[in-house]
Ligand binder design. Structure first.
Ligand code: 5AD
Ligand code: SF4
Length: 444
């Protein structure tokens, strides 16, 4: 432990996806190793970090708003260190733009050099200058970074970094670089260590887990990796995300149905129900191919929950295209969906398409889609009423701390009355009531 950081505290605000959450857990692990402690809140922290996202414009606007609010705090406490990192910072010219607007920021770094954070902190402390370091190119994978996880029950485990797909709307390949897979041994060892600490569930993370292993020598594909992890003693549940429909193969569906620890849940972003728009999005599958995949999943894993991501208002989307999306959602009956209004991202191919859709039309389509999704989510949840489900207890309920919350194997959120001693355990719960968003139950 480095003494000069003892008694100092940090606060991390994380925006965006699970990948960013895991990156923040790594930053937290690095800081704790240096002697820092977690602060109770932003106001009392010696170091405030924003781990940013740029997938949609909203995420960026939130960062600007929250940074603006820190100006006063920094004036009152000039020794406060403010750091910015993550996807938004990795965009070309962004760091310069941010430092011009918010000159009180001390450290800015991108997605490829977080492991160098202690060096940046030392430079700020010794030289009293701002440190801006964005690496253009990704290094190889840096193993062994300490991770301070939010949960002691379930853990994210990144199996691959980056993305090679270049969907026309998406900024991720530009800020996270090309696909790089971790070695299966490193992943297995991390999971064994998690088991030794009492973890019961892992979620394997990657932008497109189905193309895992392509850069490995010897090559190991995703279904082989899943089988290897299923053989790790002591882990009870294995989840993964995100699957790309163009790469989800039959053998992965077979592995889910055959391996006892792999949960019956597939997150399979469709993005649009119109083949014409899917083509413009550069998704590389048609509506029919997506529907055939869904049929295959439902046939081989009858209990599976299927969730998705859908974007409305992609440039050029007509009312007919959108109705195809609605029809697809009605037909598939998703268990839930993340629904997004298309957001124009500079640097992506879709940015230059002229037929942008008006905000009014986008919002109107969004509302119609949400209605369809809520209806199918309620219907899919209703089936659970009266069933007895295995629930992994994650902690107290968010809205009612006298209750516990956990998830079924299919990823359904369950709230139920129970003893806190069961946190971290697999328990049996009888489902008494379902809504669109969660289930209520009674422990038996
Ligand atoms: N606008 C709206 N939604 C987007 N997504 C990615 N880029 C954009 C964008 N520019 C959505 C996709 C993806 C999810 C993580 O975010 O649906 O699957
Ligand atoms: Fe973005 Fe497409 Fe890669 Fe997903 S698969 S991260 S949507 S480019």
């Amino acid at each position: 432990m480095e003494d000069k950081f003892r008694n100092k505290s940090f606060f991390i605000s994380t925006y965006g996806c699970q990948m960013n959450e895991e990156d923040s857990e790594k930053l937290s692990g690095i800081l704790k190793k240096m002697g820092y402690k977690r602060a109770e809140n932003k106001l009392s922290a010696d170091l405030i970090i924003f781990n940013t996202c740029c997938v949609r414009e909203n995420a960026e606007l939130k960062v600007y708003g929250n940074l603006g609010a820190l100006k006063k705090l920094k004036k009152q406490r000039p020794e406060l260190i403010i750091a910015l990192c993550g996807c938004m910072m990795q965009q070309k010219g962004m760091a310069e733009k941010v430092i011009k607007k918010f000159p009180f920021v001390d450290i800015i770094f991108g997605t490829h050099n977080a492991y160098k954070f202690p060096e940046y902190l030392n430079r700020v402390n010794h030289q009293n200058v701002s440190v801006i370091e964005i690496q253009d190119k990704e290094d190889g994978i840096v193993e062994g970074v300490p991770i301070d996880r939010e949960s002691s029950v379930k853990a994210f485990v990144t199996i691959m970094y980056g993305c090679n797909n270049f969907c026309a709307y998406c900024i991720v390949p530009y800020v996270r670089g090309r696909e790089r897979s971790r070695k299966p041994e490193d992943i297995e060892n991390e999971i064994k260590e998690l088991v030794s600490k009492g973890y019961k569930e892992v979620t394997l993370l990657g932008q497109n887990v189905n193309s895992y292993g392509k850069n490995l020598n010897p090559r190991v594909n995703f279904s082989e990796l899943l089988r290897r992890i299923n053989n790790v003693d002591g882990i009870e549940r294995i989840r993964f995300m995100t699957s790309h429909p163009k790469d989800l193969t039959d053998d992965v569906i077979d592995v889910i149905s055959e391996c006892d620890k792999i949960c019956e849940h597939i997150h399979l972003p469709v993005q649009s129900g119109s083949t014409r728009i899917l083509k413009k999005m550069n998704r590389n599958y048609s509506k029919e191919q997506y529907l055939a995949l869904v049929s295959e999943i439902k046939h081989k894993i009858p209990d599976a929950s299927i969730t998705t991501d859908i974007i409305v208002g992609f440039p050029g989307e007509t009312e007919e295209d959108f109705e195809e999306t609605l029809n697809l959602a009605e037909g598939v009956e998703f268990d839930s969906a993340f629904t997004f209004i298309y957001s124009k991202r500079e640097g992506t191919p879709a940015y230059k398409i002229e037929e942008q859709i008006s905000d009014d039309v986008k919002h109107e389509r969004f509302n119609r889609l949400v209605e369809v999704i809520n209806k199918s989510a309620a219907k899919k949840n209703k089936v659970y009423e009266g069933r007895i489900e295995e629930v992994l207890v994650e902690g107290p309920s968010k809205n009612d701390s006298t209750k516990l919350m956990g998830r079924t194997r299919t990823g359904k959120l369950v709230n139920f009355q129970g003893d806190k001693a069961f946190i971290g355990e697999l328990v049996k719960v009888e489902i008494t009531k379902a809504t669109s968003f969660s289930l209520l139950g009674r422990q038996i």
